[in-house]
Design a protein around this ligand. Structure first.
Ligand SMILES: Nc1ncnc2c1ncn2[C@@H]1O[C@H](COP(=O)(O)OP(=O)(O)OP(=O)(O)O)[C@@H](O)[C@H]1O
Ligand SMILES: [Mg+2]
Length: 433
């Protein structure tokens, strides 16, 4: 049955309209008096706060529903409206419903209500739930981060492989030429020695001329220096070959494969790749323990080492020490990168694994290195421990199980090892030791 609205007084009509609106919109609508007590709430508010009927809210305040700290915070926000008459428009709020044990994100508007004399007598609030939207945004951000990271790593890998390939060719012929050069030089030196022995038989003016040419070209020095130059060039070439090999290892095409890898060797080849970032900033001290082969995504583990070593070098302002230590305990191996750099405040430590968290200037850091490292370590069911003190330095220790094949969960960490860190599947802040 319908009622003709023309039968109603304007006030009654308005009342009905408001009631229909308040009861049917999915938004939460409520009003509070000047003391912050509910004087009206619609069904959506009641549902959200875990009570069956809006009447159960009347006369109560936020302190009856929220943890103390949060109730204080909301009251403080409402005071802005109630005392200063400043409306709050479309403000995002993170609310923890104690009764429902759930966290929600709300977009809230709160405006003052005034009496005929213009005095504030309370407030009206309206809010809607954007938790699902927030979760979708977060998922999108994470996917984007992963994409950015894998693109970044893929292009570094490609670059490394390309450079290695390009250098290989010239290195090949320089190496073979250097071999021939050494043989020719040995022969020439033998020949010069023969000539020198025959000098006594020459007429004095020819001997004189030869003598002055010898002085002019500094023959004695040349004969000493030649073998040294050749030896140094051969050593230099060996080093270049080592770097090319490291670039190849680093950018291994099989980077999606699980292999049994020697993490000490991975650490060494990574160090070679980033040596330019490191050599002007720090002495590198290596304390490697013998490690069993570790079943891992070797190229990805190298990315973790790279991020940690480059971060360590960046943290050092002038010159310091980077210590690379490895160890093996039970089912686990660990790799630690420690520096004598700036260290981190507890606040920064809490945020370092967040994607895009960086304290570096624009263009210097993307803030993705540690978040990527974190997800790689998670993939290996490992953990990262961080120990840092402002002004003294930081140590990042990556624990990786030797082999997790066929295991649902990682084996227990060795006794005495602080297990506050995140494992795959857990949520929350990556813990910091
Ligand atoms: N060894 C360290 N010492 C001091 N601070 C560090 C160290 N490692 C990381 N941090 C801090 O953590 C932040 C995040 O590091 P992360 O590697 O994720 O990003 P980034 O180095 O800033 O940028 P990039 O994406 O180029 O790696 C750094 O900006 C820095 O403030
Ligand atoms: Mg970094």
């Amino acid at each position: 049955m319908t009622t003709d609205t023309t039968d109603m007084s304007p006030a009654a009509f308005q009342q009905t309209l408001l009631q229909a609106l308040a009861e049917n919109v999915p938004h939460r609508i409520y009003a509070k008096d000047i003391e912050g007590r509910f004087i009206f709430a619609n069904a959506a508010v009641a549902r959200g706060m875990g009570v069956s009927d809006p009447s159960e809210l009347l006369g109560k305040t936020d302190f009856d529903f929220y943890p103390l700290e949060e109730a204080r915070e909301y009251t403080r926000l409402e005071q802005e409206v109630l005392v200063h008459g400043r409306p709050l428009l479309n403000q995002e709020e993170h609310v923890r419903y104690l009764l429902l044990r759930e966290d929600v994100w709300l977009v809230t508007t709160k405006v003052p209500v005034r009496d005929g004399a213009g005095q504030i007598v309370g407030l009206v609030g309206i809010n809607y739930d954007v938790t699902a939207q927030k979760a979708a945004e977060q998922a999108l951000r994470e996917a984007q981060t992963q994409l950015l990271q894998s693109e970044k790593m893929a292009s570094i890998g490609q670059l490394a492989a390309g450079v290695a390939h390009e250098i290989n060719n010239p290195i090949g012929y320089v190496n073979s030429n250097l071999g021939s050069l050494k043989r020719y030089v040995d022969d020439l030196l033998r020949l010069i020695a023969d000539y020198e022995r025959a000098e006594g038989d020459l007429p004095p003016e020819v001997r004189q001329r030869l003598q002055s040419t010898k002085v002019e070209v500094e023959l004695e020095y040349m004969l000493e220096d030649l073998p040294v130059l050749l030896r140094e060039s051969a050593d230099g070439l060996e080093r270049v070959k080592g770097i090319v090999q490291s670039l190849k290892d680093f950018s291994r095409v099989d980077n999606s494969d699980w292999v049994d890898a020697d993490l000490n060797a991975g650490l060494d080849s990574t160090l070679n790749v980033v040596s330019n970032e490191v050599k002007y900033k720090a002495d590198v001290v290596k304390c490697y323990a013998p490690l069993p082969p570790v079943r891992c995504l070797a190229a990805q583990m190298n990315q973790v080492f790279m991020n940690l070593i480059v971060n360590a070098a960046h943290a050092i302002a002038t010159y310091g020490t980077i210590t690379l230590t490895t160890g093996h305990e039970g089912e686990w191996v660990w790799v630690e990168v420690a520096d004598t750099g700036s260290g981190m405040t507890p606040d920064a430590q809490r945020r370092i694994f967040e994607p895009f968290f960086t304290t570096k200037p624009i263009g210097k850091g993307t803030g993705l290195g540690l978040s990527l490292s974190f997800s790689i370590v998670q993939k290996h069911k490992g953990v990262i421990h961080v120990n840092s003190e402002p002004g003294k330095g930081s140590a990042f220790r990556v624990w990786i199980p030797v082999n997790t094949e066929g295991l649902e969960e990682a084996p227990a960490l060795p006794a005495g090892v602080d297990d506050k860190c995140l494992r795959s599947g857990q949520t929350g802040d990556p813990a910091v030791r």
